[in-house]
Design a protein around this ligand. Structure first.
Ligand SMILES: *Cc1c(COP(=O)(O)O)cnc(C)c1O
Length: 357
């Protein structure tokens, strides 16, 4: 399949664009068009098309509604100062979508074609990319199972969809350290399960704890492993890094955590900055010890939405660990500045990560 196979139907009634780009928020406004493609067993993926943004028509027995065969991705398009539209390592998102597909018995996509389709959709919707500082166009590709069947088995039909949403700056007032609470009751994922995929089910599993965190006045939770309840996994929907005695450490990818694009990029950049970076098991006790002897120097989350999220305080049971004096650590700040510089095209892209649309 190639670009010429994409049938484009333009809307006759474009929506008004949001007037105030400082009030975009996250994920509530969608552009005029979306990309769709069908899968049918025997035929494969077919009928790629761009159509006006609209409701889907699904049979109430559609399998996604019953057994959760749904996977997604999240990335952004950035409007550079020179007017160019940039994506950040989008190949990794489509590769990860296929890794999620494989785990959930969903047929894999042609990654090259999926990226070309995304670029075609963005070109059509480019007037929706906000230009104010820190704003971007959030991209949500996803796949759902559509067979009308209430028996448990993989679906024979699927829909691949891409929708776009202009989003506001994550930090309208600059980088902001957050308070994180270490979750000791609920777990997000276990090895052998879906933890390494962006499966909808993982987020359903995390809601209860996220609500608890909010009630207690925290913005996110730090997940521990599901078996020993002692190894650090990730923070909310971000990967997590700690600076301990001058070295950086992040949990190794062992099947229960998400292999973040930002995580991978942070590892390369931190090494380039000259730090030792270890991907390994980190226990909550190691963090407590490091905090007590004064070597827990910084902690931060990484993910597409926030880029870098400095952790100002970590709470484990009745132990509170304020970090970096509740301020933004220097490594967090440098990583944030470097990544956002590449994403918006204002800084040096030494790894060639930015992709022009
Ligand atoms: C998406 C996600 C991340 C971050 O991945 P990025 O590719 O860096 O955006 C981390 N953890 C979870 C659970 C996620 O869903």
């Amino acid at each position: 399949m190639n670009l010429n196979d994409i049938k484009i139907t333009k809307t006759a009634s474009p929506k008004a664009k949001p007037a105030d780009q400082t009030q975009l928020g996250f994920g509530r406004i969608f552009t005029d068009h979306m990309f769709l493609m069908d899968y049918t067993k025997g035929t494969g993926w077919h009928d790629p098309r761009i159509v006006p943004y609209q409701n889907l028509s699904l049979d109430p027995a559609a399998m996604v509604l019953h057994y959760g065969q749904a996977v997604f991705e999240g990335l952004k398009a950035y409007r550079a100062k020179d007017g160019e539209i940039l994506l950040f390592r989008p190949q990794m998102n489509f590769a990860r979508l296929n890794a999620s597909d494989e785990r959930l018995c969903i047929p894999e996509l042609d990654e090259t074609f999926a990226l070309e389709a995304l670029k075609a959709l963005i070109r059509l919707e480019q007037s929706w990319i906000p230009t104010a500082e820190g704003t971007s166009l959030y991209i949500r590709p996803f796949v759902i199972a559509t067979d009308p069947y209430v028996g448990v088995r993989p679906s024979n039909t699927y829909l691949f969809i891409i929708i776009l949403s202009p989003v506001g700056a994550y930090y309208p007032e600059g980088l902001n350290p957050v308070k994180i609470f270490v979750e000791t009751d609920y777990v997000r994922a276990v090895r052998g399960g879906l933890g390494f995929t962006k499966a909808a089910a993982n987020y359903a599993a995390s809601l209860k704890s996220q609500e608890k965190a909010k009630e207690l006045g925290f913005s996110q939770v730090l997940w521990l492993d599901g078996i020993h309840r002692k190894y650090i996994e990730e923070v909310g929907t971000m990967n997590v890094f700690f600076k301990i005695a001058g070295k950086l450490a992040t949990p190794a990818l062992q099947g229960s955590i998400l292999p973040g694009v930002t995580r991978d990029s942070a590892i390369s950049l931190l090494k380039k900055f000259g730090y030792a970076v270890e991907e390994r098991q980190i226990t909550i006790d190691e963090l407590l010890d490091a905090y007590r002897d004064g070597t827990l120097e910084e902690a931060f989350g990484t993910g597409t939405a926030a880029v870098v999220c400095p952790i100002g305080e970590l709470i484990y049971g009745d132990v509170s660990m304020p970090l970096s004096g509740g301020k933004i650590g220097p490594v967090s700040q440098k990583l944030y500045d470097t990544l956002t510089g590449i994403q918006w095209g204002t800084g040096e892209d030494s790894f060639g990560w930015a992709v022009r649309v």
